[in-house]
Design a protein around this ligand. Structure first.
Ligand SMILES: [Zn+2]
Length: 239
């Protein structure tokens, strides 16, 4: 009998935990509207992905952190802090395009694989040298993935009709927040480091894409923008 009572108490407490966590995760009406807005924008770019079937769903997390990520189950999740941080739908499309590109290129499963390979390599070499070799392999790949997601994501949002100039402006504003010590940005910044190079790369990409595909929207304005042309010419002279 005592065992039965203990068992029911356990079941009851488990139920309470799951009800509580459901209540915690349940979106308010306003948050659900925000989720639908994020979903609408992400879905408008889906057809431009190299593998459109790689997007399963678009989720919203109530957290005030400025973050967004793609996962190995092919979901894109925006945290509420990111929804509040972006200044318009063009910037939201920049973030979603980047995450969709990670899904299209299967970066997450490739990273998981490399993480396993790196740790095996680290163990095989052993000690600090092994850790350094493993970490170097992983971070080299993640930098490559970031550049690729920036390049592909920009094209998705551009083709879907958003203003692609929002890309460098978004990353610049992220950099400014980081400089000002905004702690809620730390995680996103950790996986998506902003360097001067990243912002410059977007300016170069805008001009290069317009030279390669002049029929893309807004190319007339982009190719008349002195700041963008200056970045492009400096880049070309360097390389
Ligand atoms: Zn990324």
């Amino acid at each position: 009998m005592r065992i039965l009572a203990a068992f029911s108490a356990l079941i009851l407490s488990l139920l309470c935990v799951s009800v509580n966590s459901l209540a915690k995760d349940k979106l308010s009406a306003e948050e659900e509207r925000a989720r639908q807005e994020v979903e609408r924008i992400c879905l408008s770019m889906q057809q431009y992905m190299e593998r459109p079937g790689n997007l399963k769903s678009v989720k919203l997390d109530k957290s005030p952190e400025i973050n967004a990520y793609a996962d190995s189950d092919n979901n894109v999740t925006f945290l509420m802090g990111m929804v509040d941080f972006v200044r318009d739908e063009n910037e939201l499309a920049v973030v979603c395009g980047h995450e969709l590109a990670h899904l299209a290129a299967k970066h997450i499963s490739r990273s998981l694989f490399t993480r396993i390979v790196s740790s095996v390599a680290a163990d095989a070499i052993g000690g600090i040298a092994g850790d350094v070799a493993g970490t170097a392999l992983y971070s080299k790949q993640s930098r490559k993935h970031e550049r690729e997601a920036d390049r592909r994501g920009l094209l998705y949002m551009w083709q879907a009709g958003y203003d692609p100039r929002a890309a460098w402006k978004f990353w610049q504003s992220l950099e400014n927040q980081y400089e000002q010590g905004n702690a809620s940005i730390a995680k996103y910044f950790g996986t998506h480091p902003v360097t001067r190079e990243r912002v410059e790369n977007f300016k170069v990409l805008l001009v290069r894409n317009c030279y390669d595909s002049p029929t893309l929207p807004l190319c007339e304005e982009i190719l008349a923008d002195k700041e963008l042309l200056k970045s492009f010419n400096e880049y070309e002279e360097r390389d």
